[in-house]
Ligand binder design. Sequence first.
Ligand code: CP
Length: 324
Amino acid sequence: KRHLISAADLTRDDAVLILDTAEEMARVADRPIKKLPTLRGRTVVNLFFEDSTRTRISFEAAAKRLSADVINFSAKGSSVSKGESLKDTALTLEAMGADAVVIRHGASGAPYRLATSGWIDGAVVNAGDGTHEHPTQALLDAFTVRRRLVGPEAGLGRDLEGRRITIVGDILHSRVARSNVHLLTTLGAHVTLVAPPTLVPVGVEQWPCDVSYSLDDVLATSDAVMMLRVQRERMNAAYFPTEREYSRRYGLDGERMAKMPEHAVVMHPGPMVRGMEITAEVADSDRCTVVEQVANGVSIRMAVLYLLLGGADTALSAAPARTE
Ligand code: CP
């Protein structure tokens, strides 16, 4: 049985297979009928214990485009508020016949616990756990940057060898940063993290990347600059940086963007806080890939569900031709 818990678990070949499968899936989205019969009769459960806009709806869209039945579970409004445990929630889903459980949880390690517990038989996909990992976000980010910097057709089978990706902001609380450092370096990119010293995790020197405290120093040598939201909800208010000071040193505005090479792109996983880490001018510019990232997220999640649930024995090249 296979699961997707961590980007750190993916080999280069695994990652390239997912990216290339997502390129095939993206062609389905361009068709008048955006649907494949591949997962007909399978059930995907979206199990969300934390809020989400993009991840939840794109897993739902991805599963539906593969013809799976989708059950959306949100902890808010469920019996979790009455004290029901993850185990009993999982056993309930198992009784409903879940073939895959896509889980977002505030506790780092919850998807791993679910995958190894024996409570459910289906595949487990991590949709973001605490400050640990968000592997499908990193995959869609790698897909987006590969398309922009290498090109969609030329990108097939390719990695990101030698590309320079800068990740800026609240690294300490960011599962997106951690997953991206693992995946982008596996794909051959060079990653630099930029953050105030208070928002850099302890032990970062063991991560396979560089760390800088100055955004201005790295802009001119970046092929992509990924901005992160400051996650107030995971912080003690006493440590929260003032918005003005943070934006002055670590925010991306038009003046800073002009220092980037002409080909370089601005990325953001969302949700953005306009005026804090990114100005509206940058967020709305042609160089910002945020909306593209969301669209690519559906293709990536289709690829992940297809490879985990149905695709291993199927000739991948034949699948997108079979519309219904
Ligand atoms: N990028 C991301 O995970 O967004 P959501 O929290 O809206 O899913």
